[in-house]
Design a protein. Structure first.
Length: 205
């Protein structure tokens, strides 16, 4: 299970300062009175940014691992929330998705990069639509980065949402939320392959 590690560090600063060392969980999220054997459970590594580690705890009674994900990093996708936002911003401001991704990710080719961006667009638009529904202050927004940026008055929307939309994090999909991936309607192709059970990012970079 992922837990918010509240921090205003950028992804690069998080790595440089090895801020996972200061991540702390005082008590088990399942058993506030303790006595469940709750303890630190080492670290796991993420590929991007290089050198990223995430601190983990384990509750033996609940058989659950808790990972403290800093506010700057995407959940269940590689890299930072700002990386995702920058890519989506490009698409919103481009003539077409093809034009937006031109020159990006030459390692995976056009089809691969379109899949890469559509996956992110699907998840972020779903997140923004849910927040428009949940948060009265966002009613009237469109499900776009530019509309949310104007409404929130922030430089980057996605890290701001991780910080301010805490009550909704467990219903919002990744990479902002810690909730489940949205299910496709019957007959629709899944946006990407579904895997379960692990905290580390599921998509290689
Ligand atoms: Zn516990």
């Amino acid at each position: 299970m992922q837990i918010r590690f509240a921090t205003d560090l950028s992804a690069a600063e998080y790595v440089r300062q090895q801020a996972w060392k200061s991540a702390a969980l005082d008590h088990c999220p399942l058993h506030s009175k303790g006595e469940c054997g709750f303890a630190r459970h080492g670290l796991y590594s993420r590929q991007t940014p290089a050198g990223t580690k995430i601190a983990r705890w384990y509750c033996p009674q609940g058989h659950i691992t808790f990972s403290l994900l800093p506010d700057c990093l995407s959940s269940r996708l590689p890299g930072s929330l700002i990386d995702v936002e920058t890519a989506i911003n490009e698409v919103e401001n481009a003539r077409s998705q093809e034009a937006a991704v031109f020159g990006l990710r030459i390692d995976v080719g056009l089809t691969g990069v379109l899949r890469w961006i559509r996956r992110r667009l699907f998840l972020i638009r779903m997140t923004l639509r849910l927040l428009i529904k949940f948060a009265p202050v966002l009613q009237g927004c469109r499900p776009s980065i530019s509309s949310f940026k104007a409404a929130l008055g922030v430089e980057y929307v996605l890290p701001a949402l991780r910080m301010s939309a805490e009550p909704y994090l467990y219903v919002l999909p990744p990479p902002v939320g810690f909730g489940p991936r949205p299910q496709c309607k019957k007959g629709e192709k899944p946006p990407f392959q579904h895997k379960t059970g692990t905290d580390p990012p599921l998509e290689g970079e």
